[in-house]
Design a protein around this ligand. Structure first.
Ligand code: PLP
Length: 391
């Protein structure tokens, strides 16, 4: 007998991937297609990063196994970089290197849940894979509604947290909305978490999923979550910040001040071991050890966002105003995002219905594309606006 749940997961592919594969086939056939599906960075990896990788390849021992949790030097580097951001203390003994944020999240979910009644709560809108990861750890996925501007509904959050809640997941800046949760919002969230942790006499961890941490636009400021809540577990990835999504490198970080520090770190390492997620790619550990702080140039994403926002608004579409990450949300004029995505697809425009992100009636546009794709998409969005009689 096969594992039916896993079989279903393999068969029911994500809509985003299906659209992306469809776009790839069209492009191979020489068709013009404007693909806004995946969060695949178009901006190139910084030259300094490429140079470190080339130097690394020339080292005789770079392909060797490291410690299961990653080399001490890479972990020290990460801890020292995190310590520059805030007041909490990170050391190499609270860091584990992983194959990206997906592996970080899976490792953490498994480490902090042990019973079928355990729950992990996430703020909507959310990265749809959270549901897959949480349920694969035999835990219960619960989402919290959003209010205007994709702010969390605090009453919904308060109601969602029960004695079975092990953690809340926050993704800042957010995929798919590009929202940055403000200091005020973080304070309200942590106030609720503190109250509930006390009421239920166990820590409720705040899992901060941060693959877009560096992608912040204009004068927006990203709060450093461990400064607001000591029971924070950071899940990070270099996929977006260094344009390295296919290389699979990221980390889990817990501050020394966190509740049950020693046992929690042991559980995280145990969970990564159980998944077989040991020794993240060693060439990319070498990169972290030698990284000079130069990230990809995100100005292209910001420019794309500005162009798309003004194009879509002028055409009569309703959009949100992202402050970070590289996504833009557009409301389906008749509330049917699946139909909007289908109609756009017929025009050669690939955009993703965001219902599975917990944002019913919205579509997501990934703005991490080339300037050329944005320019080519303008007449297609105009045609789409005509389909909806907006112009
Ligand atoms: N979390 C969020 C919010 C994401 O958008 C993604 C990827 O797009 C991930 C986690 C997974 O990141 P990675 O590709 O580094 O595993």
């Amino acid at each position: 007998m096969l594992n039916e749940k896993m079989k279903a997961l393999g068969q029911n592919r994500s809509k985003i991937r299906d659209l992306f594969e469809y776009g790839k086939i069209l492009k191979q056939q020489g068709e013009t297609v404007c693909d806004f599906t995946l969060g695949n960075p178009s901006v190139k990896t910084p030259d300094s990063v490429t140079q470190i990788l080339i130097d690394g390849l020339k080292k005789s021992d770079v392909h060797a196994y490291t410690q299961a949790q990653g080399s001490a030097m890479a972990r020290q580097k990460i801890a020292s970089d995190l310590n520059k951001k805030g007041k909490t203390t990170f050391t190499e003994n609270g860091i584990a290197l992983t194959c990206g944020a997906a592996a970080s999240l899976c490792g953490v979910f498994k480490a902090i849940t042990s019973s079928r009644t355990d729950e992990i709560v996430v703020l909507s809108p959310f990265f749809p894979e959270y549901k897959v990861f949480i349920e694969s750890c035999s835990s219960n996925f619960k989402s919290v509604e959003f209010d205007n501007d994709f702010s969390p509904s605090f009453s919904s959050l308060e109601n969602a947290i029960t004695k079975n809640t092990k953690a809340l997941v926050i993704n800042n800046p957010n995929n798919p909305s590009g929202k940055i949760y403000t200091v005020d919002e973080i304070c309200k969230i942590t106030e609720i978490l503190n109250k509930k942790s006390k009421e239920f006499s166990h820590p409720i961890y705040l899992i901060s999923d941060e693959p877009y941490r560096e992608i912040v636009f204009g004068d927006a400021k990203l709060p450093f979550i461990p400064d607001f809540y000591k029971d924070t577990i950071i899940c990070y990835s270099f996929s977006k910040s260094l344009s390295l999504p296919g290389e699979r490198i990221g980390y889990i970080a817990i501050p020394s001040e966190i509740s049950e520090f020693i046992d929690l770190y042991a559980s995280i390492l145990g969970s990564l071991r159980a998944f077989g997620y040991v020794c993240a790619p060693s060439l990319f550990q070498y990169l972290i050890e030698n990284f000079n702080g130069e990230y990809s140039d995100f100005s292209i994403y910001e420019n794309n966002l500005k162009t798309l926002l003004s194009t879509l608004k002028n055409l009569g579409f309703t959009c949100n105003e992202p402050k970070g990450a590289f996504y833009l949300m557009v409301k389906a004029p008749d509330g049917d995002s699946e139909k909007m995505s289908e109609r756009a697809k017929e025009l050669g425009l690939l955009i993703v219905p965001a219902d599975s992100f917990g944002a019913k009636g919205w579509v997501r546009i990934a703005t991490c594309v080339s300037k050329e794709t944005v320019e080519n998409s303008k007449p297609l969005f105009e045609k789409l606006a005509k389909v909806y009689n907006l112009i």
